[in-house]
Design a protein around this ligand. Structure first.
Ligand code: PMP
Length: 393
């Protein structure tokens, strides 16, 4: 019984610090209007930034993919699970990043979490490598750095001067700088042009996790590298496909030799069942939408919703972080106050998650509003009014 008692003590500690997380059950498809735990809700919490998760053409492509390829892949990629759908998707993804990543090839993964583990454990496999990791990087990059044998140094958020000094002082054989492009809890952009210049000067890789940029940033939705018009052989790009692309999975686009080394060495690629080919098939339709006029229209609508939220929110006490992306955090501070705010919104039929440590730093608990092109102006007006009211009470 001691075993169980220890676990229960740990759970009780979380509860004491208002850190217990609860899952809500969505009964309907991912969309602004959902039934959640049996109640209709207006949701501002998904990463479905373009509304493709329930897009009729994407859903139809998924059904078609299942008819062609069946339900599952049956094996890992290197055994027999690598299908034509995976291969075609990888070619398309490589083409999308080819203007920015020299000699680009792409590799499709089941999740972004695994893609990040794969990149860092492959490039940073040896003890004579060094990883330089941004302080606010996503957990999957932190875990990838922990799994790699390379030494790890953390540089402060936006701290290009510190990074420059760390790179200068390092005599590692392989240097790897790694950063989110859009920080997932703050919504701001990394200074990628400055980071790339430093990497080129010091012969370092720049690994860019564009989980929240792919599909959203750039004229054609190709993501952060298109947004900043970067091009370099030093770039290793990670895009996820479960957010703006509306399905699931992720990809790495890098020089073809890096991709080949990952196929040979990356354990999160090799030792896991390949994602269902139907998902890859559905993603081809997502990519068509993202790249076409419809995608441009969706991104323009999302931008107009961001501008609306910006003009209608009149917060004084809570701090809204400056963000030009779909991630719009409102910093409240204390864990219990953030939870109370989320509960009050919930009682009003609005689903906005409270984000607490360890996901964010102590004392910076927040409401993380995310907007999607699937939202209407009227829905954003409803959110802004509710937040303004709530802050005053
Ligand atoms: N990187 C970042 C910045 C993320 O926000 C996420 C997902 N929250 C991931 C990677 C992981 O991607 P996935 O959900 O596909 O595992």
């Amino acid at each position: 019984m001691d075993l169980i008692a220890n676990v229960e003590r740990e759970l009780a500690q979380l509860e004491t610090h208002s850190l217990t997380r609860r899952r809500r059950v969505a009964e309907t498809r991912c969309a602004p209007l959902q039934v959640v735990d049996g109640r209709p809700m207006l949701a501002f919490c998904s990463n479905d930034y373009l509304g493709l998760a329930a897009h009729p053409r994407v859903v139809e492509a998924l059904r078609e993919g299942a008819q062609i390829y069946g339900a599952g892949s049956g094996a890992s990629h290197l055994v027999s699970g690598h299908s034509r759908a995976h291969a075609v998707l990888e070619e398309r993804l490589a083409q999308l990043q080819a203007p920015y990543v020299e000699s680009a090839q792409a590799l499709y993964f089941s999740t972004g979490y695994m893609a990040n583990l794969a990149v860092l454990t492959t490039l940073g496999a040896n003890a004579d490598a060094a990883i330089f990791s941004e302080a606010l990087n996503h957990a999957s990059l932190i875990d990838g750095a922990r799994l790699a044998r390379a030494g790890v140094s953390v540089f402060p958020h936006g701290g290009t001067d510190t990074l420059a000094a760390q790179l200068e002082a390092s005599n590692a054989v392989t240097k790897i700088v790694v950063t989110d492009s859009v920080f997932s809890m703050d919504g701001d952009l990394a200074p990628l042009p400055q980071l790339l210049a430093l990497c080129e000067r010091h012969g370092a890789w720049l690994v860019v996790d564009d989980a929240h940029g792919f599909g959203v940033l750039g004229e054609n939705g190709r993501g952060a590298l298109e947004h900043f018009a970067l091009r370099s052989p030093n770039l290793v790009y990670v895009g996820t496909l479960g957010k703006a692309a509306g399905v699931s999975g992720a990809f790495v686009a890098a020089h073809h030799s890096v991709i080949e080394l990952m196929v040979q060495r990356a354990r999160p690629y090799i030792y896991t069942t390949a994602a269902p080919p139907a998902l890859a098939h559905a993603l081809l339709t997502s990519l068509d939408i993202i790249a076409g006029d419809e995608g441009k229209g969706l991104r323009a609508h999302l931008q107009s919703l961001l501008a609306q939220l910006d003009s209608e929110l009149t917060l004084a006490r809570w701090q809204r972080l400056p963000s030009q992306t779909a991630i719009q955090p409102i910093i409240i501070g204390a864990n219990d106050e953030a939870l109370r705010a989320a509960a009050a919104l919930h009682a009003n039929g609005l689903w906005v998650p409270a984000i607490r440590p360890p996901t964010v730093a102590q004392g910076t608990a927040r409401l993380r509003v995310t907007l999607s092109a699937a939202h209407t102006h009227q829905e954003v007006a409803q959110l802004a009014a509710a937040l303004n009211d709530l802050e005053r009470t």
